[in-house]
Design a protein around this ligand. Sequence first.
Ligand code: NAD
Ligand code: MG
Length: 412
Amino acid sequence: MKAISVLGSTGSIGTQTLQIAEEFPEQFKIVALTAGKNLDLVIKQIETHQPEVVSLADDSLLPELSRRINNLNEDSKIFKKPLLMAGAEGLNTAAAWGSADLVVTGIVGCAGLLPTLAAIEAGKDLALANKETLIAAGPVVIPALKKSGSRLLPADSEHSAIFQCLQGTPWADNARLSTGVPTPGFKSIQLTASGGAFRDWKAEDLVKATVEDATSHPNWSMGKKITVDSATLMNKGLEVIEAHYLFGLSYDQIEIIIHPQSIIHSMVELDDSSVLAQLGWPDMKLPILYCLSWPSRLKTSWPRLKLTEIGNLTFKEPDTKKYPCMELAYSAGKLGGTMPAVLNAANEKAVELFLEERFKFIDIPKVIEAICEKHKCDLNLNPSLSEILEIDNWAREEVLDYSEKKITKMQF
Ligand code: NAD
Ligand code: MG
């Protein structure tokens, strides 16, 4: 029985993790939950999973949560009232929870950084969905992993595909995962991308893109932020940096390939020219399950992949002119140090403002480029955690500044 702590239990990754725990009650037990504001769902999750600790983002909701749990207790729907916490302290406590073996990081954005470090310091293994943490703070997270011996298992479908392919090579030396040591025998990896919401739009039409347009993904059902990142293709750029840290590869070894059907989840090209791929329906449950069950595999009754139903698998080069975010991510990754943190924070803030309709879709890459450019003279190649947090904050303030100055009128 593996005990699991779920950060972001009410989100897309969190709810799918809990579905898996329900499906495999002999294998997985949920001991800690953290969530934002969706109390109705949290209550249902507590009733179903009986966790030992529950933490909410905001402490103003704790009295109501406590009252509703007492009612459940009276009706004998929960066996033991969980410890209730809130805010950063609650998040870090749930991440480092004593009885947890593995922590699923389903929080969105850099908010996942401190709890991820708390989990690593407590020696927990992690199922990494929250890629923003690794991208912003690779220079701090990788040494922390080396020190604690925790393993970062990739829940992102592309990185899970590469990790699964790695199991079939002589270098399936699992201790190598996320230590920054290059994975030997790899010539390149090819990250597949669906192309996002605007893949069939002309570049000149992107100026009209609305929030509704950008949050309708053709293949995957995910949270809003990552769906917008998929529409700008920044998600793929972030995944390039994620792959660099997870597998210790140089940026020249990481390629992006557009694959609209999202059936091949990524590929590894080996030194002898063989290419290994992992295939499946576009469904995050499989990569999450693999993090939970690794190194074993569990038998599921999920729909079998039928290639004859799909007929064609197609591929093309990414359009870097229409989608500048990919190149911005490669440049930030190659510069390293604090630059990926700036790229990530500027992107998070720009997407947040776009979702609030205070920012145009086409201005997202422009503002990120301008802020990364501005940061070049202050680039810190070996930042500490506090320096990363400071620069993250700076980049967000800069985006706000641009938006208030009506960026469309500004020269980039
Ligand atoms: P989501 O918006 O659906 O869910 C986010 C969850 O985090 C919610 O439960 C929310 O309440 C919680 N949360 C957010 N900020 C918080 C805070 N400050 N304190 C406590 N809780 C907080 O997002 P998602 O789509 O599940 O994505 C989560 C992460 O997984 C992201 O980093 C994303 O890039 C990554 N990811 C998601 C998918 C997917 O299919 N959804 C695929 C690959 C990677
Ligand atoms: Mg992905």
